[in-house]
Design a protein around this ligand. Structure first.
Ligand code: X2X
Length: 333
């Protein structure tokens, strides 16, 4: 074309190159780590998203996905994210609370009655409040939180039928003060263990129980080392898609826009996938030998209330955060 006619030999050499246009100047190779198996919807959608980003940036941005805590435990990967050794990481807000305390607020026991309430809150004021807090810590966070799900209790010993069954239960919880506090309020004996060690901790009977959504119980094969699954839905949990700020700021604006668009879109698809899985997995897990029951959760909530769990965390989170939470879910105390 006439615009290239004065570009000379160097310019001419570019004409035959593939579509690199606005993204040609520099190539970026970033790492994204998470703690879930490759077969979980998180990783299926992440692979698809990485492909879309690479295509749309003409190869200028390539994202390598590291599932199954390949780069380290959640605790270690959070440190790598902060130092820039890893550029992206998805992490439960409750675990992130070891760095950003308000990020745990969405995990208050029995706060959300259903998914409609979850997404309205997390895509609305509550999510915006948490993201503002995260950004104070030199991290980037995508707008759409990815779904982990409503959590259920599994054990190798007995079903949870009443609050009494929580007493002295040796249960693994993720590394997070809110999780420990909740199961202490239920009089269990919680142990903090990162997810990459959960299967073996259950297998070797370091603990007898754990709690996770059905999509994880299935994809991480926890049914091989757990017998009972009690549908307590005691907490909703999601993964914030986090980025290292310096690495993010190095990206040209056009690349940031493409990456943001595809990560948030993948998160929305992942939400649908997890929801669909949770609807169908009880049957599959039953065929793999798990025994299901659905305990009445009212008496469990009463134990939490009477133990002062809600009052204690209301004080910790403070009036602003607690007010936004109750604005979304109604009164908890
Ligand atoms: O560690 C867990 O149990 C998991 C996978 O659900 C989280 O990342 C919070």
């Amino acid at each position: 074309s006439f615009m290239l006619s004065t570009a000379g030999v160097a310019g001419a050499a570019l004409i035959g190159a593939p579509m690199q246009s606005a993204f040609a100047a520099k190539k970026f190779r970033y790492k994204y780590a998470n703690n879930l198996p490759p077969s979980h919807p998180m990783n299926k959608r992440a692979e698809e998203m990485a492909k879309n980003i690479e295509e749309e940036t003409g190869g200028a941005f390539k994202l390598q996905v590291f599932p199954s805590s390949q780069l380290g435990s959640d605790t270690e990967t959070l440190n790598q994210l902060r130092s820039g050794a890893v550029e992206f990481f998805t992490l439960s807000g409750l675990i992130l609370s070891t760095l950003v305390p308000p990020a745990a607020i969405s995990g208050i026991g029995f706060a959300f009655p259903d998914y409609d309430t979850v997404w309205k809150a997390m895509d609305g004021d509550l999510g915006a409040y948490i993201r503002r807090e995260i950004e104070k810590h030199d991290l980037v966070v995508m707008e759409k939180i990815w779904d982990n799900g409503f959590r259920e209790v599994t054990t190798s010993t007995k079903p949870i039928e009443s609050p009494d069954d929580f007493k002295d239960l040796k249960i693994r919880v993720p590394v997070s003060p809110l999780w420990t506090s909740m199961f202490e309020a239920l009089k269990s004996a919680p142990t903090s263990i990162n997810f990459n060690e959960v299967y073996s901790a259950l297998q070797t009977k370091v603990v007898d129980a754990q709690e996770n959504p059905l999509a994880i119980i299935q994809t991480a094969k926890l049914y091989e080392v757990q017998q009972y699954c009690s549908l307590t839905n005691h907490m909703w949990d999601g993964f914030w898609f986090l980025g290292n700020k310096a690495a993010w700021d190095r990206l040209p604006k056009e690349i940031q826009a493409v990456v943001t668009k595809h990560i948030n879109a993948a998160g929305m698809h992942e939400r649908d996938d997890v929801h669909a899985l949770n609807d169908e997995l009880q049957k599959k897990l039953t065929s793999e030998g798990m025994k299901f029951n659905s305990p009445d959760t009212k008496p469990i909530r009463t134990v939490l209330k009477d133990a002062g769990f809600y009052a204690e965390w209301k004080k910790k989170f403070g009036d602003e955060g607690w007010g936004i939470l109750e604005g979304a879910v109604g009164s908890l105390t």
